[in-house]
Design a protein around this ligand. Structure first.
Ligand SMILES: [Cu+2]
Length: 261
């Protein structure tokens, strides 16, 4: 009976790495994996993700298998005698402290170039659009015909972000109230919107199409519905869309000198 308990516990612990690996093996085929990547730097970011996943995966499997093996082999019911107690090993502790430290240092250096591309090497250009997050929507402000943000001819929209494909896009990100996070899963872009700050976010889409824009920071009761979309179109389509939206906006304005109804 005692041996049975030992077998049960060891197999239960063995199920952790087995099921863990199975979940990762099956996930892509049932479409619960990374969303389609359509951005210039997405493959670099995904590459880092896979690299770290492999590294931590190997360590995870190795430690779980060791755990299983020790529970199985050193089961009380088949022990030949009492266990010997030791007071630890100084050398071993130094070794298992230094190895993770070296691995972390390597990762910190290895990812530097990708980080610089997505967070430091900002393209020199005027913002394509200003995105202001608020509970619970994305307010968009495009420069109007004069190409300048913050002038009376700006175009105002909500949640429906359109951007040109195959060129650098610079978003000026702000928040009107609390912390939000500007998340474009297909672009591998995620940036907090911080009240009182103007934060530049840049990316370049390689494919046209309609993708999710969601908030990735729990920002209040309506966080779940803080959902917009981003549509990437060609430059001529983008210009035509801007013009159409602008005319729609202006059509609702009173003519010069005309009294407000
Ligand atoms: Cu939010």
């Amino acid at each position: 009976m005692k041996r049975f308990a030992g077998i049960f516990w060891s197999l239960l612990f063995l199920a952790v790495p087995v099921l863990g690996v199975a979940v990762f093996a099956v996930a892509p085929s049932i479409d619960v994996w990374l969303p389609k990547d359509v951005s210039e730097h997405g493959s670099q970011i995904d590459g880092l993700f896979y690299f770290i996943l492999a590294l931590t995966g190997v360590v995870f499997i190795a430690t779980e298998l060791l755990l299983f093996w020790f529970i199985w082999k050193y089961d009380e019911s088949i022990a030949k005698g009492p266990a010997t107690y030791i007071h630890g090993s100084h050398t071993l502790e130094v070794v298992w402290t230094i190895i993770p430290a070296v691995v972390l240092l390597f990762l910190a250096i290895y990812q530097m170039n990708t980080w610089a591309d997505v967070k430091m090497r900002r393209p020199v250009m005027a913002p394509t659009v200003e995105v202001v997050a608020r509970q619970f929507e994305w307010r968009l402000r495009y420069p109007g015909r004069d190409g300048q943000l913050g002038t009376p001819d700006d175009l105002f929209l909500v949640n429906d972000l359109h951007l040109p494909v195959d060129e650098d896009v610079l978003v000026q990100l702000k928040s009107m109230d609390v912390l939000h996070s500007f998340f474009l899963p297909n672009l591998r872009v995620k940036q907090d919107a911080v009240p009182g700050m103007k934060i530049p976010v840049w990316f370049k889409a390689k494919e046209t199409g309609e993708y999710d824009l969601v908030c990735a920071e729990l920002c209040g009761w309506g966080h779940y519905k803080m959902k917009g979309r981003v549509t990437f179109v060609t430059r001529p389509e983008f210009d035509a869309w801007l013009e159409r939206m602008y005319l729609e906006q202006e059509a609702t304005q009173p003519e010069n000198g005309e009294a407000m109804p």
